[in-house]
Ligand binder design. Structure first.
Ligand code: FMN
Length: 176
């Protein structure tokens, strides 16, 4: 069974991105072994820091996964700094990092109508730069994300069904 590592790009407890992660994991059911990374545990990137246990655990979780699923909001037309920080940690050594050839799937969220399309383009650009294997599919976006969350549960079935359909294609493409 493939192992998926979900990486939410928002830290807040009431995050719609985190609610989407929970909903997608629920929908996948027994179709995959799913873990969720907590990128809030990571320190600010500093090349002088070589032995941080949270960094080591994060990189190890990526290495052990068959595929990485990013679910991130758009911040100021790009990805949140906390997500970029996490990616930067896992991007070294350059062009020989844990991300090389790593299958990656991208979902973006936003409170507005565009669903984070600009962050989606930025994230895919960054992943391509690290030689990751970005799954080619229609853009999976979650517009008006906060409006679809009630008591921590993401409830937009149409959005989830579209995400699940594309995620199924991603799963089918994995080696694990
Ligand atoms: C610092 C900041 C910048 C934001 N910039 C954008 C933006 O450029 N485009 C957009 O559609 N939404 C923007 N938003 C709205 C977020 O995408 C929205 O609040 C989203 O639901 C946050 O994700 P979360 O619910 O997972 O925490 C921004 C929010 C914050 C806090």
């Amino acid at each position: 069974m493939p192992r998926l590592l979900f990486i939410p790009g928002s830290l807040r407890a009431a995050s719609s991105s985190r609610a989407v992660v929970r909903a997608l994991i629920g929908r996948l059911g027994c179709g995959a072994n799913c873990d969720t990374a907590d990128i809030g545990l990571l320190p600010h990137y500093n090349a002088d820091v070589q032995d941080d246990p949270a960094v080591a655990a994060f990189i190890s979780a990526i290495a052990q996964s068959d595929g990485v699923v990013f679910v991130t909001p758009e911040y100021n037309y790009s990805v949140p700094g906390v997500l970029k920080n996490a990616i930067d940690w896992a991007s070294r050594p350059a062009f020989a990092s844990v991300f090389v050839d790593k299958p990656c799937f991208v979902v973006t969220t936003s409170g507005g109508a565009l669903g984070g399309v600009r962050a989606q383009a930025h994230l895919k650009y960054v992943l391509n730069g690290m030689l990751a294997r970005v799954f080619p599919c229609k853009e999976v976006v979650v517009p008006m994300a906060n409006a679809s969350v009630t008591d921590g549960v993401f409830e937009n079935d149409a959005v989830l069904a579209f995400a699940e359909e594309n995620l199924a294609g991603f799963l089918a493409s994995l080696d694990g």
